[in-house]
Design a protein. Structure first.
Length: 142
């Protein structure tokens, strides 16, 4: 059984991928996606395009910059010979995202400590005279 790709006009496609038609046109202008045209010159997209936009959104969600996305798309269009370079780009993006996550986790930990400090102030388990800075010292010794 041969699976045929459905055709989606831009409005329907935008809803399917969770983007505005404006954003889709911008992505097209930037070379990140490519629509096709039917015999009446109406722009359409396919199921394969849904998967591709999903992947682009994952890359964007990891913090990959627009210029890097464009470079990745260009390399992808050049074929399998560019896999090592694309892999390296993805590895760098992964490393950068993991560093961002680690930094965010550190910030969240400070927020948790601040909330706990406030809770201690409210329920009087932390002395009125104890500053947040002093409270944090117990965690920085670990």
């Amino acid at each position: 059984m041969v699976e045929t790709d459905r055709h989606y006009r831009i409005g329907e496609f935008a809803k399917l991928v969770g983007l505005s038609t404006y954003t889709l046109r911008y992505y097209e202008d930037q070379g990140l996606i490519k629509s096709r045209r039917d015999d009446k010159d109406v722009r359409y997209y396919t199921d394969q395009d849904i998967r591709w936009v999903g992947f682009i959104l994952h890359l964007k969600g990891t913090g990959m910059r627009l210029n890097d996305l464009k470079r990745y798309v260009t390399l992808r269009a050049q074929g399998d010979a560019t896999i090592p370079e694309r892999r390296e780009m993805l590895r760098k993006t992964q490393d950068d995202a993991e560093a961002d996550i680690a930094e965010l986790q550190m910030h969240l930990q400070v927020l948790r400590h601040k909330i706990d400090w406030y809770d201690g102030k409210v329920d009087h388990t932390i002395a009125d005279s104890e500053s947040f800075h002093d409270y944090l010292q117990q965690f920085n010794q670990e």
